[in-house]
Write a protein that binds this ligand. Structure first.
Ligand code: SAH
Length: 519
């Protein structure tokens, strides 16, 4: 996970190596980037360091060469974002290869019209071209090697500084993120303990990124009555990875899946891509669907890089392209042409109705961001399915950090009537999306919107509970901006500016428990 987290061209080599060699550990051969690089509730890469020096250091820390980093800053200017700088460096590397390999006409000797020249033998490469191709590959190889060396050295330096290592370490996750069981995998052996104080109503369900900084899940568990997280990767439920931890007091027997079962591979989900999918792109699952999407520049660069080869491009080019495809979850949509997923395609992968996020009058960016932060509905519904028999006449839900209503959609799709939903979500666009969905699906219950969890004080809770008769389920995934591995600037842990809102989840849950206990 660390490899992809670095996002450097070096990880391009390593991650594609894993996939092409068919890693035994991962039956789906995806690069394991989602939980750490492109996590939900993440900050986009544009939020990285502000001043020039910091950007320079950041690039070098990521494994780029000093020369490349300073050239990128010089050419792109001090205001360029880290993503732009990284793209510039990748572009110069790839351009070096392609321009060297693809000889300009002027590179050929001027021919006497009567003499046979290269045009008489269109398929036989000019000896110069062959040589240059070889040289270009060597340049690339050397660059990657030296970056690898630098990376090793810097890792070594980090190991020598225990305080740094401690800060940067993430939670240790099990190899297979299958929680208390997922479809099509053997049931794991586990020992589930729910302390008696946590068994009382209401049911609760808390979610966050699996790959949080060390200690974050321990603290969350400590607050939530020492219940251990159930770590699950949504790749067992749909065609995209999403590694999440869930702490809940729900029963776990007789869970069932939402129907219809969604497509489980990229090729099943997007059959039209098959025609264009190159044999050397072995992806069958997408990485975590994140809140950022790629740039037109990268897409153009991929096309140009491929146009130089009639057949398979050399390994170096493949690796570069696979790196970008994994990083941005690109799919093949034409000859030499990749594209990012459309919002409707992401909606489908995440288990939402088509156009779900269009309901709020939202921009493309809002939609992608909201979807990048949302629950994967099939996964969450699997866990919530046990509530169907418990609440046949409907359920009252307090939905904290509702986003685009992943919890509400999951309960509805399970056929559990939504008696009352109090939805707490700060963004108006998201509240609009939930409101539109509520109307679209002809809900019969009550939907109450509240903007900020911080406004939901004890008195307000009392008032709501008196009028609604208590809550059956308190559900939510607090912001993970400061937990996600993709955030290299303010990954401040649970006490970070946004992630600290977890403590409101606990406060509200605890208040509701006390109020319900006292009748
Ligand atoms: N589970 C949700 C997404 C959770 S992401 C879904 O399925 O879509 C965290 C959400 O918390 C984001 O939508 C963010 O806008 C919201 N949020 C951030 N600060 C908040 C606050 N102070 N009060 C309420 N919601 C907040």
């Amino acid at each position: 996970m660390q490899v992809v987290e670095t996002s450097s061209p070096e990880c391009l080599l390593m991650s594609s190596d894993t996939s092409s060699s068919g890693s035994k550990m991962d039956p789906y051969q995806i690069s394991d980037s989602d939980s750490c690089i492109g996590d939900d509730h993440e900050e986009s890469m544009e939020d990285l360091p502000v001043d020039k020096e910091k950007k320079f250091l950041h690039l070098v820390e990521m494994g780029f060469l000093i020369d490349d980093a300073s050239l990128a800053l010089e050419k792109c200017g001090p205001d360029a974002s880290i993503t732009e700088l990284m793209d510039f460096i990748s572009a110069t590397q790839i351009e070096k290869i392609t321009t060297d390999a693809h000889l300009q006409e002027s590179d050929y000797p001027i021919l006497n019209e009567n003499e046979p020249g290269p045009s008489h033998f269109p398929s036989a490469p000019h000896p110069d071209k062959k040589r240059k191709l070889f040289e270009a590959e060597e340049i690339w190889e050397k660059k990657i090697d030296s970056q690898r060396r630098r990376k090793k050295e810097s890792t070594y330096k980090k190991v020598k500084k225990p305080e740094l290592q401690e800060d940067e370490e993430s939670v240790r996750l099990p190899k297979l993120l299958i929680g208390f069981g997922v479809p099509n995998m053997p049931r794991p052996v586990f020992n589930r303990k729910i302390p008696s104080q946590a068994i009382s109503l209401p049911y609760f369900y808390f979610e966050n990124v699996a790959c949080a900084p060390k200690g974050a899940w321990d603290t969350i568990s400590r607050f939530l009555w020492e219940i251990k997280p159930e770590f699950v990767d949504s790749m067992y439920f749909c065609a995209a990875a999403r590694k999440r931890g869930y702490i809940h007091n729900l029963p776990i027997h007789n869970r069932f899946l939402l129907q219809p079962i969604p497509p489980l591979t990229i090729q099943e989900a997007f059959p039209l891509t098959k025609k264009w999918w190159p044999s050397w792109d072995k992806r069958t699952k997408l990485n975590c669907l994140t809140s950022s999407h790629g740039s037109a520049k990268v897409i153009k660069r991929i096309r140009l890089a491929l146009e130089n080869w009639d057949e398979e491009p050399p390994l170096r080019i493949q690796k570069y392209i696979l790196f970008e495809c994994r990083r941005w979850n690109y799919v093949w949509v034409g000859k030499n042409k990749v594209a990012p997923l459309e919002p409707e395609e992401i909606e489908m992968l995440m288990g939402y109705p088509k156009y779900h996020t269009r309901g709020g009058g939202t921009s493309l960016t809002d939609r992608i961001k909201a979807l990048g932060n949302s629950f994967q509905v099939d996964t969450v519904a699997f866990h919530l399915s046990v509530l169907k028999n418990i609440f046949p006449n409907g359920i009252s839900v307090l939905s904290l950090f509702s986003g685009i209503g992943g919890a509400e959609v999951a309960l509805h799709r399970l056929g559990i009537p939504l008696k009352n939903v109090v939805s707490v979500e700060i963004l108006k666009v998201n509240r609009n999306i939930i409101q539109s969905w509520w109307e679209q699906t002809n809900q019969k219950g009550n939907l109450i919107h509240i903007a900020d969890v911080q406004q939901l004080c004890l008195d307000k809770l009392k008032g709501l509970m008196n009028s609604l008769g208590g809550f059956d389920l308190i559900i939510g995934g607090s912001p993970c901006n400061n937990l996600s591995g993709s955030n290299r600037v303010s990954r401040d842990g649970l006490h970070g500016e946004h992630s600290v809102l977890f403590f409101h989840y606990f406060r509200i849950l605890n208040d509701v428990k006390i109020l319900m206990r006292n009748g």
